[in-house]
Design a protein around this ligand. Structure first.
Ligand code: HEC
Length: 472
């Protein structure tokens, strides 16, 4: 009577074991949750005290209304809703986007999370995202609409809104924003303000100025040229950039550079700035719109901040590699199915103080390193990028100027991956990719290193380049 058929007995045993295992899992889950919770409470890891400051400092600048990222990261709910993803993208170093290796050199406004901060986020997410005491929540950062630097003295708008077709492809253009003023003036900074923030991906802006009597009108020619179709020189002619007699006007390089989340470069009082003659144009030697499925109309503009006096210490720029002063060795030919490294270098003839550097490669770029080797043999690290990311090409400004003594060698090395392992390789199967003089096409390559510097003065290495303000 008490006998149970063997088969039933076995199945009962199986079921019991199964339930026991299941119970163990549940218990383990609950216990670990409780432990995590205990750990996070014990370490007081809460949104209001620990997480919000990390998010405000490293994420909100891009993840807010009107900025580039696809969703906001400001409130508790914003972050909680995407907590798992936040943990993942920070752990994998996908976010915040900051390609420069922070173990090699440091920069003003650098965005990266310390191991401690990564752990804090991870523990908080695993503990179920406790809010904590909301009265301790810091105030979210404020972003001034239209300018991060202050009230501009002049605004230069696009001559006409630019229509971008939404067909999911990247678009690159040359664009000019001409201006005319009553008098020549001095300028401290120019700030690019994107018209379609979730559209403009990056801008490199130069200033073109005309001597009196050299140009009848700056408003002639095309305002925009597709860089896929024309070289630089053809583009300039189409845009009527040359003087009326065919000679070239003055070009001041890198007056404004934009990437999502980047505040326009402003050096401390007395450093930088330039003369702006009354007739001229801001020239975007590149304006890049990211891929979008919907049509957009861009009305980007530039804020101009005047200076009362001529610049005391105007900065200079030197460009190594493509279109620059130094040869690329070997010449930049990247054969298919190869990972290949190139270098370029210059010797610095006088002591200089370096303010900003900009490494530049296109889609095949993988690694980039630049350093200065002093005559004594010591090395000054400038920048290292271990995983090149075409989308995030910053102009990196140091926290303090870097002194490079006369006789030092500035050495730059770039590695390119032209195999099919490179997901950004534009060609399948891979083909020979090289540098084409004057071509800005992303599918051609470039190897460039731009340095903004001053002749060295005693004490430069102690001047902070962080938090400069526009004085009115
Ligand atoms: C410089 C601007 C910028 C900063 C700073 C930034 N993000 Fe982003 N984030 C973006 C953009 C733009 C995207 C859209 C994806 C892309 O373009 O690569 C994105 C996408 C994401 C995504 C979605 C990823 C996916 O796979 O869809 C998450 C999650 C995210 N960011 C979290 C963060 C967190 C957390 C921080 C701060 C620790 C942060 N971001 C800082 C610009 C930024």
């Amino acid at each position: 009577m008490f006998c149970v058929p063997i088969n039933d007995c076995q199945s009962l045993l199986k079921k019991t074991t199964f339930f026991l295992i299941l119970l163990c899992f549940i218990l383990f889950g609950v216990v670990s949750q409780v432990l995590f919770h205990y750990y996070s409470v014990k370490n007081k890891i809460t949104f209001s005290e620990n997480i919000a400051p990390i998010i405000y400092k490293n994420c909100t600048g891009c993840h807010r209304p009107g900025a580039d990222a696809p969703f906001d990261l400001i409130t508790f709910n914003d972050v909680k809703k995407r907590a798992k993803m936040v943990k993942k993208v920070t752990e994998t170093k996908f976010m915040p986007p900051w390609p420069a290796d922070p173990t090699y050199s440091h920069f003003a406004d650098e965005k990266f999370l310390s191991d401690e901060e990564l752990k804090t986020i991870s523990v908080w997410v695993d503990a179920g995202c406790p809010m904590g005491d909301s009265s301790k929540l810091p105030k979210p950062p404020e972003y001034i609409r239209g300018s991060q630097l202050g009230k501009p003295d002049m605004v230069i708008k696009m001559a006409q809104p630019h229509y971008i077709k939404g067909n999911n492809t990247d678009k690159f253009y040359l664009m000019k924003l001409p201006y005319e003023m009553a008098n020549d003036t001095f300028v401290k900074a120019i700030e690019f303000v994107p018209g379609t923030p979730k559209g403009v991906h990056h801008v490199n802006g130069q200033l073109i100025t005309y001597d009196a009597g050299k140009k009848k009108t700056v408003f002639g020619g095309n305002f925009i040229v597709d860089t896929d179709t024309f070289t630089h020189k053809q583009g300039f002619e189409k845009m009527d950039i040359p003087n009326d007699d065919g000679t070239y006007p003055t070009l001041t390089p890198s007056v404004t550079n934009y990437l999502p989340g980047v505040i326009a470069t402003l050096y401390p009082e007395g450093i930088g700035g330039y003369k702006m003659k009354k007739q001229g144009t801001i020239l975007f030697s590149e304006i890049h719109y990211g891929p979008s499925p919907i049509d957009k109309i861009d009305t980007s503009y530039c804020n101009v901040f005047f200076d009362k006096a001529p610049p005391k210490r105007p900065t200079s720029e030197i460009q190594l590699g493509t279109l620059g002063v130094s040869k690329i060795i070997p010449p930049l030919f990247i054969p298919p199915n190869m990972v290949k490294t190139f270098h370029t270098s210059i010797v610095v003839p006088v002591d200089i103080s370096v303010l900003t550097v900009n490494p530049h490669m296109h889609l095949l770029g993988k690694k980039f390193i630049a350093c200065a080797i002093k005559p004594s043999g010591d090395t000054i690290p400038l920048i290292r990028i271990n995983n090149w990311d075409f989308r995030w090409q910053y102009f990196y400004t140091y926290k303090k100027m870097i002194k490079i003594p006369a006789g030092s060698l500035i050495y730059v090395e770039g590695t390119y991956d032209n195999t099919s392992n490179n997901p950004l390789n534009p060609y399948h199967p891979p083909r020979l990719v090289c540098e084409k003089e004057g071509s800005m096409r992303v599918t051609d390559e470039m190897f460039q290193f731009i340095i903004t510097y001053l002749p060295y003065q005693e004490g430069d290495e102690y001047i902070s380049l962080e938090n400069a303000k526009v004085n009115h």
